[in-house]
Write a protein that binds this ligand. Structure first.
Ligand code: MG
Length: 375
């Protein structure tokens, strides 16, 4: 049996098993009858349960709302996902409302990526995670039709994928020590900062390991002098870079810091989509690309190319999300300096098998599309 027939058969089975259902913002379920030769979109809400409560400078939480998406074309299914950490301003209701407005059955050729995604983008402003879910499902679908993973379609070399960092959130000393033990397989750690005990957190980690640390201040340092002092202190303790040290609005202060910091300064909350890369160049050494901000893989790839051409560093991040969106992001990993793709490891109810971290490194396989199988 050739690959396409096999995939088609598998996918048809999945349709029968999973009975694609669309849930509207009002919670009404609609069973879909896929139209042949058309793109058929379905989606359902899914609550991600976190292994540990997630504590950042500005809030804490134990779950993340999520919407799982399927895009079907002639019996082949592409999978996508929208993950909505609260600070992004999207919710299950807003994502379902946005997806409910889309009429993708108007498209008979799934390879018209530009046309399809321009249409999705035009339906309403913002809604970046909702748009990403369709983009990811479309890439998965196309990769399956072509029988190739996206890193190959983009011509990337999988051995160039970097190590991924493992995030140690703000927590009690006892929990931080436990998390450092859990992170034993990872060669790079990432710490979330922006509270009063930032140095204490690094000291606790340094009492257990010398592994390099990526620092994410999540806009937590208001004062540029204090931020600079922290950058020097962190540089002496084998830290690699500082992500979003200051509030995103403080562009001049961040530029001042970038001129003086011994560590690269990376934009995260400051930047969302492609046009933001040029703005980031004014105050930052590099950018953190996340699919839920960039509206998916198509624009994320363009952002990485643009940032590289501007001589900027590129980091690839994620939200707390299943292996679906993490594996989609991983297809870009060979293009970036640093990867922070641990979102799937932070949840207890992952519903996809996908990208694996082997010996601390993002490891890409020959599975087509985004490289996932539903569990
Ligand atoms: Mg960040």
């Amino acid at each position: 049996m050739d690959r396409r027939k096999f995939l088609k058969g598998t996918a048809l089975g999945l349709i029968a098993l999973s009975s694609p259902i669309s849930i509207s913002a009002a919670g009404e379920a609609t069973r879909l009858v896929p139209k042949r030769g058309r793109l058929n979109l379905s989606f359902k809400p899914y609550e991600l349960k976190l292994r540990h409560s997630f504590n950042l400078a500005k809030y804490s939480r134990t779950t993340t709302p999520d919407v799982l998406v399927q895009l079907e074309y002639d019996g082949i299914i592409g999978y996508g996902e929208a993950s909505m950490p609260p600070y992004l301003g999207e919710s299950i209701a807003s994502v379902c409302e946005f997806l409910g407005k889309l009429d993708l059955s108007q498209f008979t050729d799934p390879f018209r990526i530009e046309e399809i995604l321009a249409y999705v983008d035009s339906v309403a402003p913002n809604n970046r995670a909702a748009k990403a879910s369709v983009d990811i499902a479309l890439h998965d679908l196309l990769g399956k039709i072509m029988g190739q993973p996206w890193y190959k379609i983009w011509g990337l070399s999988p051995e160039k994928a970097p190590n991924t960092s493992f995030t140690i959130g703000i927590d009690t000393a006892e929990v931080v020590r436990k998390k450092v033990d859990e992170a034993a397989p990872y060669k790079v750690l990432k710490v979330k900062m922006g509270l009063d005990n930032d140095k204490e957190l690094v000291e606790i980690i340094r009492s257990k390991t010398d592994r390099p640390i990526c620092v994410d201040a999540n806009q937590g340092w208001d004062d540029k002098e204090k931020a600079l002092e922290m950058c020097h202190w962190l540089a002496e303790r084998n830290c690699l870079f500082v992500e979003q040290p200051m509030p995103k609005e403080k562009i001049d202060e961040t530029a001042w810091l970038r001129e003086r910091s011994p560590l690269p300064i990376i934009a995260d909350e400051f930047l969302q989509r492609l046009p933001d890369v040029l703005r980031a160049k004014e105050a930052y050494d590099g950018i953190n690309i996340k699919l839920m901000k960039s509206t998916g893989m198509h624009e994320a790839y363009k952002m990485a190319v643009l940032a590289r051409s501007l001589g900027m560093k590129v980091m690839l991040g994620c939200m707390t999300e299943t292996s679906c969106a993490v594996s989609a992001a991983a297809q870009l990993a060979p293009m970036v300096d640093w990867a922070d793709l641990d979102g799937n490891l932070l949840i207890a109810n992952d519903c996809f098998d996908g990208m694996k971290i082997v010996d601390g490194k993002v490891t890409l396989t020959d599975r087509p599309g985004i490289g996932v199988l539903p569990i």
